[in-house]
Design a protein around this ligand. Structure first.
Ligand code: FAD
Ligand code: NAD
Length: 481
């Protein structure tokens, strides 16, 4: 007989595990099914984010940044390091330990909250049943629940022009486990993964070439920020080739030979490793969606409304497997929302204020509308910006690259977007998210007291600049007569 729960959650990534914990906190009998297997054949809940995404990539970004700084930027502070050498095995072991600690932490949280966990692959059946092909040696199990939450996540898109080959042509997961620093590294796609992982290997010594199909760089970001980022990355040595379409890639003589085409014709590129980072697609193939009557859209994303209800009553879908940005925090918030809806509460996700962060150096972060989006929507706005070069704290840190830009409605002064490129942008953006969530105006931010000396003062000054009142930017004004 099928085992009965209040909620079955499919997937233990940041969307699913958060949903499961919140359901259990709200008193719902909850089981979470996940099929991730670690290198030892054991379950490893945490999904893409903890196993091969956010966490291991940030661990390597942090370590590689230290290595890069020790070779150059320390000297400016009068700190001389005579010989700096790389111990890649230790760097990788540190990253793996962080992953193991955090995935173990998810299992602990499940136990503490009374969430049952099943290691296996789930498929939907009709009548709110889920069949699990188990990975723990036990026979298939059928689970029944009043509510099902699908959080099966996403996987890297593959392209026929560059099929994966062992550890030579790899996806983002493969690019997190290279055992040696590739002398020349090619990356197809100069999106978020391309520039983050490209930065890691460039800092560790690779010559990195990124082949990007689009003519413009980082179209999702504010244009001014994207242009500044492209200039910075080029200065660091990331060779970003725009308008480049890969024709084919093959492995021979322990090298990867790539043929690509751009506006100037056909080119050849030889690299030691090639990373394919051209986006991700929803994991819906194993779900038995069609037979179960679950509607997918043309991208194979599960069709949901604003509160993540699918076309099947009592079945919800959250995270990368539904519309919206493929970001861990977006999926987690959807998980909390759905848990509270199931428990009879009211909750929504503010999709207009989901922050985006790119963890390069400098970091890039934004929330709300870009200038180009406001222009094309015909919204009248005022912009205020402040360069970190004029911030005392940024000078003390030696982090003068970049700026903060605040965009506010011309009539109401309500903040419509904040864009930051610079050190610690990932942390600074939270202040803008809170301000926008509370419906703040640029004047509200301008009247808020920020500690001195901090990088946050640049947000204050950018907000003041919306009203032309920034203090630390030189502007010749004529005295009033
Ligand atoms: P996932 O994390 O993909 O988890 C889904 C889980 O469901 C997986 O464990 C999968 O094995 C399991 N599963 C799938 N189908 C079934 C099934 N039928 N039965 C049982 N289990 C199933 N996002 C950020 O916000 N910040 C970052 O810094 C960031 N960095 C990233 C870096 C890289 C290299 C990558 C690849 C991604 C990064 N992301 C980042 C994106 C982030 O990882 C995803 O948005 C996030 O993991 C999505 O969460 P999810 O729970 O929806 O799905
Ligand atoms: P992406 O959409 O950010 O970038 C993919 C890039 O590849 C695009 O610029 C696209 O134009 C290009 N491209 C597509 N097909 C191509 C082709 N055939 N040849 C050359 N270029 C091609 O996707 P991604 O970098 O793979 O990341 C996947 C997802 O993971 C993103 O949605 C992102 O939100 C998430 N992610 C987030 C973070 C973060 O929050 N810091 C970090 C990594 C990944």
């Amino acid at each position: 007989m099928a085992k009965q729960y209040d909620v079955v959650v499919i997937g233990a990534g940041p969307a699913g595990y958060v949903a499961a914990i919140r359901c259990a906190q709200l008193g719902l009998a909850t089981v979470c099914i996940d099929n991730w297997i670690d290198d030892d054949g054991q379950p490893s809940p945490g999904g893409t984010c903890l196993n091969v995404g956010c966490i291991p990539s940030k661990a390597l970004l942090e370590s590689s940044e230290r290595f890069d700084e020790a070779q150059g930027a320390f000297a400016e502070h009068g700190v001389r390091a005579k010989t700096v050498s790389l111990d890649l095995a230790t760097m990788m072991a540190r990253k793996e330990k962080i992953v193991a600690d955090l995935t173990g932490g998810v299992q602990q949280l499940f136990r503490a909250n009374g969430v049952a966990f099943v290691h296996g692959t789930a498929r939907l059946r009709t009548g709110k049943e889920v069949e699990v092909e188990r990975l723990d040696g036990k026979p298939p199990t059928v689970l029944k629940a009043e509510n099902i939450i699908i959080a099966s996540g996403s996987e890297p898109v593959q392209i026929p022009a560059a099929a994966l080959v062992d550890d030579m042509i790899v996806d983002s997961s493969g690019a997190l486990v290279f055992e040696e620093v590739p002398k020349r590294l090619g990356i197809i796609g100069a999106g978020v993964i391309g520039v983050e992982l490209g930065s890691v290997w460039r800092r560790l010594g690779s010559q990195v070439v990124l082949l990007e199909a689009q003519e413009s760089f980082f179209t999702m970001a504010d244009g001014q920020v994207a242009r500044a980022a492209l200039k910075e990355f080029a200065a660091q040595g990331l060779d970003i080739r725009l308008g480049a379409r890969v024709l084919d890639a093959s492995v021979s003589d322990d090298k990867v030979k790539v043929r690509y085409q751009d506006g100037d014709g056909e080119h050849k590129l030889t690299v030691d490793k090639l990373v394919v980072a051209v986006g991700r697609r929803a994991n819906t193939a194993a779900l038995n969606a069609e037979e179960a009557g679950l509607k997918l859209d043309e991208w194979c994303l599960i069709h949901v409304d604003d509160q993540c209800r699918t076309t099947l009553p009592g079945v919800y879908a959250i995270g990368d497997v539904v519309r919206g940005p493929m970001l861990a925090h977006k999926g987690s918030e959807e998980g909390i929302m759905v848990a509270e809806l199931i428990a009879g509460g009211a909750r929504h996700v503010n999709y207009d204020h989901i922050p985006s962060v790119v963890y390069t150096h400098p970091e890039i972060a934004w929330v709300g509308k870009t200038e180009q989006a406001l222009k094309s929507a015909g919204v009248e706005y005022r912009a205020g910006s402040f360069p970190f070069a004029a911030s005392g704290r940024a000078r003390a840190m030696g982090a003068t690259t970049g700026m903060v830009k605040v965009l506010a409605n011309a009539a109401s002064d309500r903040i419509l977007g904040v864009h930051i490129i610079g050190s610690q942008a990932s942390e600074l953006i939270a202040e803008a998210v809170i301000a926008m969530g509370l419906g703040a105006s640029a004047e509200d931010l301008g009247m808020t007291v920020f500690a001195h000396p901090t990088l946050s003062e640049s947000l204050h000054e950018a907000a003041l600049a919306v009203g032309d009142n920034a203090i630390h930017i030189a502007k010749i004004r004529k005295p009033k007569k």
